[in-house]
Design a protein around this ligand. Sequence first.
Ligand code: ADP
Length: 477
Amino acid sequence: MNVLFVASEAVPFSKTGGLADVAFALPKALRKENVDARVMISKTFDLPDYIRDKERHLSHFYVDVGWRRQYVGLSEIEYEGLPYYFIDNEYYFKRDGLYGHFDDGEKFSYFCRSVLESIRHMDFKPDIIHFNDWHTGMIPVLLNEHYRHDEDYRDIKTVYTIHNLKYQGVFGPEILNDLLNIGPDHYYSGGMEFHGGVSFMKSGINFADAITTVSETYAQEIQYPFFGERLDGLLRHRENDLYGITNGLDHDIYDPRKDPHIVKKYDSRSLKKKRENKTHLQDRMGLPVNEDIPMMAMVTRLANMKGLDLIEHVMDDMMKLDLQFVVLGTGEAHYENMMRYYQHKYPDKVRAEIQFNAALAHQIYAGADMFLMPSLFEPCGLGQQIALRYGTLPIVRETGGLKDTVTPYNAYTDEGNGFSFANYNAHEMLGAIEQATALFRDRRKWNRVVQRAMKSDTSWKNSARQYIDIYQTVMNR
Ligand code: ADP
């Protein structure tokens, strides 16, 4: 099975968000399952010296972008066994930043067209084009309009993954003719039209053979208006082709047994060493050093969707508990100041690290006992998965990927790998925190839950297999 994985960014070459991590990790995991998966991205970067001489020029040619004829340089490179193809055009891609330019509509129309045209110039014929987020949303439309008559393209199937439904790429209706060489039919039939404009996101959802998003619960949630970003109706219409697959975690980067950032490496059988990470962290943070005081942490963007207004609402009640609370994050000024204020008010209990610091993040995941993530919505969520792997019990709201990865502790059956609450309600959150601090007093029981948490399946393997099932389903149609 040949899969061409198309994205606007991919680790290690370019990254602004989680999409870039998936664009590296998923194809790598697919290759381990004997799928010939390759990545195609726009060349928005200069290659670092250590790898530059490995790049191989494949071809150059021109594509139509409306009335324009634009140059495409196509090259390839292998990184950690994964083949990457680069689409090169300095006019479009050699700029500061990847997104937010005045001509994003033109730039990504060009990118979609170039991806399809490149297939003629590679010795790799995809069975599946797996395209991602709005930047690539026009691929199935252009494929149907301009390429299906050609033998090489006739049987290609398309799978679309939505990582962020909020960014949709909506432009004026003139782009159909001016950039995509497409007549007005799809506009008037509603296939691409979105509130008077043309939407890349909507086109991707409408014309892909299958659609996925980054957790099962989020795949359900986006069919409701609250989460659906005005596309919930269309997503309901396509519900039979809509799947949720939780992202995995890169176990090379997040592994308490060999994490270079933490003072004591540990696994589920050496939890005493985890406690040494905790006292080290308390010391570093200037908090009372005492392994019997439960320590709760957040490592997060300080954005409203992360549930910070719930914390604001019950912080004083929360501080009546015997609890230390450490927050690492940057973001909205209101929440940065709120955390500084609470650090000032509760100097023996609260630490606010207002910075982005990957090493410190690892030390917090290793040192804390609990990890709080009370998000309003959370398509997948990485923080709680890292916490699980480090035996730091997540306390989450039951939404999106949080619901799918955290099973609440059940005192009667002794099941679960964390704590959760259902409604977006500050006192429900406080209840879950109280439940966690109470269990913490019973070290034997607590450690059993920690060990279960550390064994939770956060690998890419399982996710890769689910994608393969979807590829097979669409290929058999
Ligand atoms: P989102 O993608 O919505 O920000 P996720 O939980 O999916 O949320 O991913 C956030 C990632 O960024 C996690 O790996 C988290 O550890 C990391 N992170 C967030 N803020 C910081 C920070 N201030 N310093 C270090 N790492 C951070």
